[in-house]
Design a protein. Structure first.
Length: 638
């Protein structure tokens, strides 16, 4: 019995006895224990919590399911004995683990033609003897029931060998689809066999379609094919089966797909430092393209384009950042929950810097493979190499990386000798998605300590200060990174902090006007009553209203439902809360109480970091009425 079979047996046992599958953390504990790891090694972020609240409950549940005592050190034999003594129903559940079959997770939007395509592919995969999964599968088709779709998604993502994405224009902006893809890529990175393999079919989604930042990162190395009409369906279904069987590669037309086949938003051209004179600080606010009073609606999908009419400045953040980036050796740290406009602000800061004649390098850590985070040395070599490549400077990593000095010294010397000394103008690094580094605490401490040292070096006035004054840093991260962190672990906290705020009523009214809506104060208040000034939620509503696909009254009525325009957004939050029962329980108290609720300070801080609550002294309230109405009947007390 290998680890995959053992996981399947444990999962099936628990489901038969409790009606619930293993959680993500329970799986990590199970796998780590199978490999002989300590709790410190399994979950270094907070080993005490995992041992006391996750591991203890897991072994107790397995003991009940197996009918004998199960411990962290002794559970393999118990699982085998439990399997031998179980009913035929149990044998049916675990049969897929001992058969040589493949499991395929089909990710799609619940609309046409996506649903019909998913069902066609489901049937073809099942007919070939493999095990497909899609979220609206009828219980009679699969051995797993469909009572709790969130747990099913987690379960099947953990088990799948292939992740098939039906990438329609609507799926490209679906939070749940992107979340599923993100988790599939994470699993792919941590498994030795590289599973699940990610393949996608562009469903009426042309190669020139602009994809958002997350999709660009997740799909850059993944093979893709295209669907245009029903004529393509049968051929694609057979291609999927042959690929899953291992008898055919997954290609686009007659050739493998390459990253250059995918078209993503590009920044506008800018003059080279040699041909650009520094502009004065007084003129900096007029550098960005002036938006039109109104424009054709564009669906919000990540970073707002530089020339978009729908970017709203949130004074004083932009002006403050534009001034700060001119200062030698500066560091700007932008933080907020997801979808608040962090990357959009970073791109505008870099644009302002380019217009001043600075060199700029945008760098997203979402583009780094999981293996890059295997050690500090690997991460810093990747970091140096990416910056050098963006600046079109020679790659000299091998000459500067030695075992004599530590990785941080090697990296520092490389920046001094090979990067900063080779350029005449200041260099601005835009470091996006640094959330990923926080997932590796031992590396994170050293990496951010290095950035802190460079920032401080610029202000020391020593021999190398003038060199480090040329480096300016813009560091961007989501506050959701705080959720799994130990309370005593301090995130990166130097430089100028910018915490993005919501839109105020006048900004919402301005945005409505840009969408061509002739709104009065009443309409603004009605929308903000349900979704506040959250940039993404407001823009999504205005897009649908401008398209006349829904009225404001219908939008407000359906907003907190699965069928509403915010269904994806709400389900993503629900999914994340389910991964952290202590947060789910705390938030359940908040939405069930019409008065401000007092919570443990750590729980209040983390819910605030997720963007779910407002802090009012020692008490919290739901951030929006949307959240209160949706979550009030969907969070169960554990």
């Amino acid at each position: 019995m290998d680890i995959k079979e053992a996981l399947e047996i444990a999962d099936s046992l628990l489901y038969l006895h409790t009606g619930k599958y293993l959680t993500d953390l329970e799986r990590e504990v199970f796998i780590g224990s199978w490999n002989g790891q300590t709790y410190e090694e399994i979950y270094p972020i907070n080993p005490e919590y995992v041992e006391k609240y996750v591991g203890y409950k897991l072994w107790r549940k397995l003991s009940n399911a197996c009918g004998e005592k199960v411990t962290k050190k002794q559970f393999r034999g118990a699982l085998e004995r439990a399997l031998q003594s179980q009913s035929p129903a149990m044998a049916t559940l675990v049969q897929p683990a001992v058969r040589s079959v493949q499991k395929v997770f089909i990710s799609h939007r619940h609309q046409e033609p996506d649903v019909s395509l998913a069902r066609e592919f489901f049937e073809a995969i099942a007919a070939a003897g493999h095990i497909p999964f899609m979220t609206d599968t009828h219980p009679s088709v699969t051995p797993y029931n469909n009572q709790d779709w969130l747990k099913q998604i987690d379960h099947h993502l953990q088990q799948c060998d292939y992740f098939l994405l039906l990438l329609s224009p609507q799926a490209a902006v679906s939070e749940m689809v992107i979340e599923e893809l993100e988790r599939a890529k994470h699993l792919q990175g941590i498994r030795r066999n590289g599973k699940p393999a990610v393949l996608s079919i562009r469903v009426n989604c042309q190669p020139h379609t602009l994809l958002n930042h997350d999709l660009q990162a997740y799909l850059k190395d993944s093979p893709q094919r295209e669907w245009h009409t029903s004529i393509d369906t049968a051929d694609l279904a057979q291609a999927i089966v042959r690929y899953v069987n291992g008898t055919e590669s997954w290609t686009l037309g007659d050739r493998p797909i390459h990253p250059q086949d995918l078209h993503f938003p590009q920044p506008p051209a800018h003059p080279s430092p040699q041909n650009s004179k520094l502009k004065t600080q007084n003129s900096i606010s007029s550098l960005l393209p002036t938006p039109s009073p109104t424009a054709d609606p564009e669906i919000p999908q990540g970073q707002v384009r530089l020339n978009s009419a729908f970017y709203i400045e949130r004074s004083p953040h932009e002006a403050q950042c534009y001034r700060e980036i001119l200062q030698p050796g500066t560091l700007i740290r932008i933080k907020a929950p997801r979808q608040m406009g962090k990357t959009s602000l970073m791109s505008r800061i870099l644009y302002q810097a380019r217009e001043q004649g600075f060199q700029t390098v945008p760098l997203s850590f979402q583009h780094a493979d999981v293996g890059i985070f295997s050690s500090l040395s690997t991460l810093l070599q990747w970091f140096c190499g990416k910056v050098a490549r963006k600046l079109r400077l020679p790659h000299q990593i091998d000459q500067y990386w030695t075992d004599t000095y530590g990785s941080k010294d090697n990296c520092t010397l490389y920046f001094e000798d090979c990067l900063l000394s080779k350029i005449d103008s200041p260099l601005v690094l835009g470091l996006d998605e640094v959330d990923r580094i926080f997932q590796y605490p031992k590396i994170a401490d050293d990496f951010f300590g290095l950035l802190r040292a460079w920032y401080e070096e610029a202000g020391y006035g020593g021999n190398d200060s003038s060199l480090w004054e040329k480096l300016r840093l813009v560091v961007v991260h989501s506050t959701e990174v705080y959720i799994p962190l130990d309370v005593n672990q301090s995130p990166f906290n130097v430089g100028l902090p910018i915490e993005l705020s919501e839109f105020n009523p006048s900004q919402v009214a301005d945005l409505g006007q840009r969408h061509g809506l002739d709104w009065q104060q009443t309409e603004v208040e009605q929308l903000m009553a349900i979704a506040g000034g959250h940039p993404y939620l407001v823009r999504l509503a205005l897009y649908h209203l401008a398209q006349q696909s829904i009225t404001l009254s219908d939008l407000i009525q359906t907003a907190p439902t699965e069928a509403g325009i915010y269904g994806d957004h709400l389900r993503r939050h629900l999914w994340n809360l389910k991964q952290h029962p202590e947060l789910a329980n705390a938030f359940n108290r908040v939405v069930a109480n019409l008065e401000p609720t007092e919570l443990d300070s750590i729980l209040a801080f983390k819910l605030h970091s997720m963007g779910l609550v407002h802090l009012q002294g020692n008490e919290v309230t739901p951030r929006f009425d949307l959240y209160r109405r949706y979550f009030s009947d969907r969070l169960e007390k554990e």
